[in-house]
Structure formats: structure tokens, C-alpha cells
Design a binder for this molecule. Structure first.
Ligand code: FE
Ligand code: FE
Ligand code: ZN
Length: 286
């Protein structure tokens, strides 16, 4: 059974957002762990949290994903930027774990000139001061497009980060279909090859979540512009093959496509319909 949700705004509070997930007929959601472009976060009232957990329980939401803010750069060589990033990841691992959120995904960061190796060392140090090993939550490294000095456009980068961490068992990977495509992994014409490479470098057991996005930008462009499913360079057929693939189909999929809640509801409906139709025709027995 497909597990799918979208990135949701939490501007109206957690309980209201959970209600919107139900209305969207989604199974899960992604939310920002705090203000994505700033530094502040809301402290939720006990009542608000209880309401949220109740909706989540009653509607049997699947694994919830929190996304760390874009302003958090753990690879930075600038002290103030780095210290801020360390504080954010430490606080948000703790805050999201306390909310019972299953995964916290973050962009590994941009080294902005100090080089990939030093950048990776900073990321590892930042993770080590945030992850205690006592959490239920897992931190996920996101695959990136490699724009500018971004780290994480190669599976090898993510491997190095995880291998260097004090608690690698708390660290997994979130694959963004738009990002890997723009990074030069050919998920359109060689999905098998990309998955084999992922397995060889990282191990498929580390893959915990998929950001399901089409790409406005061409293959290998290293540019990060999400498109609605079926309206980009990846295309509907390739994305359906990903959704159906035996090693991927049981993962949670999160849309980060440029639509509002109403548009996302339609997008999810369309995807479910396409999957059901093809599932029967191909007789893959679900
Ligand atoms: Fe992301
Ligand atoms: Fe993403
Ligand atoms: Zn992106």
C-alpha cells in the first residue's frame, strides 16, 4: 500500500495541520521543524500537542518527517554560521523527538570554499553534538543537486558523513527524486543502475524516505527547481516506476511540489489512480 503525503504549512498550529492531512486524504506529512528562513520556533501548548497526537493516532498516520530550516549550514567554515547550525540541529533533534516525529531530514550543507572534506568534518562534528543515541527519531541526510558548493550530490558524501558519526545507527538517507536527477543520477533511463549504486555505496537499508518531485531543470543541471509530478523533466512514467519499484514501494513518499493543499489533494489522487490502474494491468499482485 502506497504511503504518501506532502509538505504542509504549520502556520495554523500542529493540530490544524493534522486535520488538513486528513482532509487531503494523505497518510503522512512533512513539516518544517521551525521557521525555514529564520531561526525562531513556536512552543506548543500541551493541549495543542495532545490534539495533534489524537488526530495522528485516530487516522493512523505513517512516519512523520520534519525538515530542518534552509538557514542551517553545518558544513560552514564561518564560526557564527556554524554555531547557529549546531544549535538548531541540537534543539530540533530534541524537539522533534519529543513530539514523536519519526524522521528529521536536513540538507548536509554548503562548504562555501573550505572544501568538501573540511565541510564533511564540520557536518560530522555538528551531528555528534546533537545526536545522543538515545533518540527514537532518526536523522536523515538529503541527497542534493550539487548547486554551488553543496555537499551531498554524491552518495559517497552521505556515506562519509554517516561513517564518521558517533551514532551512525541514528542516521539514514532521504532520496529527493528532483535532486538526484539534477545531480546526474539517471533515474529516468537507468533506475536499476542508480539503485544498485545507492546499494553499493550506502546500502538500500539506509533509505528511509523519498521526496517525490519532478524537476523543472534538465538532467545533470545541478539546479534545484521542483515541478508538479508529471510536469517536469523526469516525467510521470519514470516517477510511477519509482513508486512501484519493489525496493522503494513500501517507503513513505513526500511531495514537495509547487501546489497548495487543494492541488496536492488532486496530485495524490492522480498518483493513486495511476498506480491502481497499472497494478492491475501488470498483475503484480499488489
Ligand atoms: Fe530538502
Ligand atoms: Fe527535498
Ligand atoms: Zn529541492
Amino acid at each position: 500500500m502506497l504511503t504518501i503525503g506532502t509538505h504542509m504549512s504549520i502556520a495554523g498550529g500542529l493540530a490544524k495541520t493534522a486535520g488538513n492531512v486528513v482532509r487531503m486524504e494523505a497518510d503522512t506529512m512533512q513539516i518544517f521543524s521551525r521557521n525555514p528562513r529564520g531561526s525562531n520556533y513556536k512552543v506548543y501548548e500541551e493541549e495543542e500537542i495532545e490534539k495533534f497526537q489524537k488526530i495522528r493516532r485516530e487516522h493512523q498516520f505513517k512516519a512523520l518527517l520534519a525538515h530542518a530550516p534552509y538557514t542551517m549550514n553545518l558544513a560552514s567554515g564561518q564560526e557564527r554560521v556554524y554555531e547557529f547550525a549546531c544549535t538548531v540541529i541540537r534543539e530540533d533533534v530534541e524537539r522533534m523527538d519529543r513530539l514523536g516525529i519519526e524522521y528529521l531530514v536536513f540538507h548536509p550543507g554548503s562548504h562555501t570554499g573550505i572544501g568538501v572534506e573540511k565541510g564533511i568534518r564540520n557536518i560530522i562534528r555538528g551531528l555528534d553534538q546533537a545526536v545522543t543515541g538515545q533518540e527514537k527519531l532518526m536523522v536523515l541526510l538529503e541527497t542534493m543537486t550539487g548547486k554551488g558548493t553543496e555537499i551531498g550530490a554524491r552518495f559517497e558524501h552521505l556515506r562519509e558523513i554517516r561513517d564518521g558519526a558517533a551514532h551512525p545507527e541514528r542516521i539514514g538517507v532521504c532520496l529527493d527524486t528532483c535532486h538526484v536527477f539534477a545531480a546526474g543520477y539517471d533515474i529516468v533511463d537507468d533506475l536499476e543502475g542508480v539503485l544498485e549504486e545507492f546499494d553499493r555505496v550506502l546500502g538500500l537499508e539506509l533509505l528511509k524516505a523519498v521526496h517525490l518531485n519532478d524537476s523543472m531543470m534538465p538532467f545533470g543541471s545541478h539546479k534545484d527547481r521542483h515541478a508538479v509530478v508529471g510536469e517536469g523533466e523526469i516525467g510521470l512514467d519514470a516517477l510511477l516506476r519509482i513508486l512501484r519499484h519493489p525496493v522503494l514501494k513500501d517507503l513513505p513518499f513526500y511531495l514537495e511540489t509547487p501546489l497548495d493543499d487543494k492541488g496536492h489533494k488532486e496530485e495524490i489522487r492522480m498518483i493513486r489512480k495511476k498506480l491502481e490502474g497499472a497494478g492491475c494491468a501488470e498483475g503484480d499482485g499488489m
